[in-house]
Design a protein around this ligand. Structure first.
Ligand code: EPZ
Length: 422
């Protein structure tokens, strides 16, 4: 089992280059199933989840190569049966449902796994597929879907906490090869959905309203192969910006998209962080006098739920009371007890965490639980006195490319070690 050992107390300094977006590349890789022709995807991060998606596509019969940040896929002859153990490893694998239905008219996909941050139902995905005329049944942990021919229709895809990102992606992909027009109301507006639609349009899909809550798709007979470069990962960029602020460092975050991070930049400004946009770079400067903030996570372009844990780690360092309310997932505070082991003083009241910030942190062994909770522990470990050991860092490796090497390059005292035990 691998762990990270972090000796806290050093300020991060220097430049860090942001990798391609995990949450864009997973649906884009699934979209390659929509065509027999070869697709090339560039700026692909070396992540556990990407390697899992490579294995899923291969298990479906596609020819897949992943070398030096580029994935090529030729899904000429594919079957519609997803490998149970592979698919249940991550949430992103549910995105093969729409393409398989659109291409083959049938799919057998296990209910996906992913970060344990709530129930994570797929009812909206299935609602969308039924709206396109698919018959769906679930048994023994599998979704069985079939349709002689998908037919476009109008549908409302909003759930109890707003739009569904991967649900929108899944239905758009199925709709590209459906007969007629599809209108999706309460569609997700995340940059990752926009990036997927850019890829689909380069394959010949007819999609409009992308980035708005109403997306229109005109079905086409066939899609062709295409080449696409994945957008930078806005969540990784936010994570490094917050780590720089938390260590009172001076870091330039290169190759990012500040326009995808307005809510995060705004909140960090409010917290007193000296953060500046400069083209495709973000610079965090030293000397900020941090102030407590209140934040509520929202669908894009509101404050992202995937940055909630990292902001909490910053607020732990900030004297005063901060209130962080999670409105997207019902169980996304697994980082709170682990931050407590490092000396944080946080109370949970329903969907809100009340952070009594300013306590000094001291290093301890802590357990990573999900991807972004792990990132919060890394940030806290960088600020704690002494050594913090973060166990089960496979969670981190699912979504952050070489985070230990990137932090070491910024002066962080971070070592990846093998330890015995769970
Ligand atoms: C995507 O998950 C991301 N994952 C998540 O990032 C991100 O937190 C989430 O979008 C919200 O932005 C990937 O893209 C691989 P949702 P997704 O469907 O699509 C409920 C990370 O850390 N819902 O937008 O699965 C759901 O329970 C990960 O990188 C239903 O009720 O999230 C949640 O409360 C974590 N029924 C809300 O909608 C459904 O059928 C939003 O979920 C689907 C979702």
């Amino acid at each position: 089992m691998e762990s990270l050992l972090i000796d806290g107390g050093t300020r991060l300094k220097g430049d860090v280059r942001i990798s391609g977006a995990k949450n864009a590349v997973l649906p884009i890789m699934a979209a390659t199933l929509l065509t027999r022709e070869k697709c090339t995807i560039k700026n692909v991060p070396e992540l556990r989840d990407v390697n899992t998606m490579v294995r899923i596509l291969r298990s479906l019969g596609a020819e897949v190569e992943f070398k030096r940040g580029t994935v090529t896929v030729k899904a000429d002859k594919i079957n519609g049966i997803g490998d149970y153990d592979l698919i249940r490893q991550m949430r992103g694998s549910i995105c093969i449902l729409g393409p398989l239905l659109g291409r083959l008219g049938k799919a057998k996909v296990s209910v996906p796994g992913g970060c344990v941050i709530g129930v994570r139902p797929i009812d909206l995905h299935l609602k969308g597929m039924r709206a396109l005329g698919a018959s769906i049944r679930t048994s023994q942990g599998y979704v069985h879907a079939s349709a002689t021919k998908l037919k476009g229709s109008e549908m409302f895809l909003g759930g109890r906490s707003g739009p569904t990102v991967l649900g929108t992606a899944n239905v758009i992909m199925a709709a590209t090869l459906s007969e007629g027009k599809t209108i999706i109301d309460s569609a997700a507006c995340e940059p990752e959905v926009i990036d997927l639609c850019d890829f689909l349009k380069s394959m010949g899909a007819e999609i409009s309203g992308v980035g708005s809550p109403t997306i229109r798709v005109n079905g086409v007979k066939k899609l062709k192969g295409a080449t696409h470069t994945v957008i930078p990962d806005r969540i990784e960029a936010a994570t490094f910006a917050i780590a720089a602020a938390a260590t009172n460092g001076e870091v330039t975050i290169k190759n990012c998209r500040p326009d995808h991070l307005q809510a995060v930049i705004d909140k960090l400004w409010e917290a007193g962080v000296k953060i500046e946009k400069n083209g495709r770079n973000l610079t965090v400067k030293r000397g900020a006098r941090l102030k407590p903030v209140d934040v509520t996570t929202q669908p894009y372009s509101g404050f992202p739920t995937d940055v909630q844990a990292q902001l909490m780690a910053l607020m732990v360092r900030t004297p005063g009371i901060s209130i962080i309310t999670e409105r997207i997932f019902e169980a996304r505070f697994a980082h709170v007890p682990e931050l407590g082991r490092l000396g944080a003083d946080i109370a949970i009241e329903g969907p809100s965490a009340i952070v009594k910030g300013g306590s000094s942190l001291s290093g301890a062994p802590v357990m990573a639980s999900d991807l972004r909770a792990s990132a919060a522990l890394v940030i806290a470990g960088l600020c704690a006195s002494g050594t913090t050991q973060i166990n089960r860092i496979y969670h981190l490796d699912r979504g952050y490319e070489k985070i230990d090497q990137k932090l070491e390059k910024l002066g962080g005292k971070v070592r990846r070690v093998n330890v015995q035990g769970p």
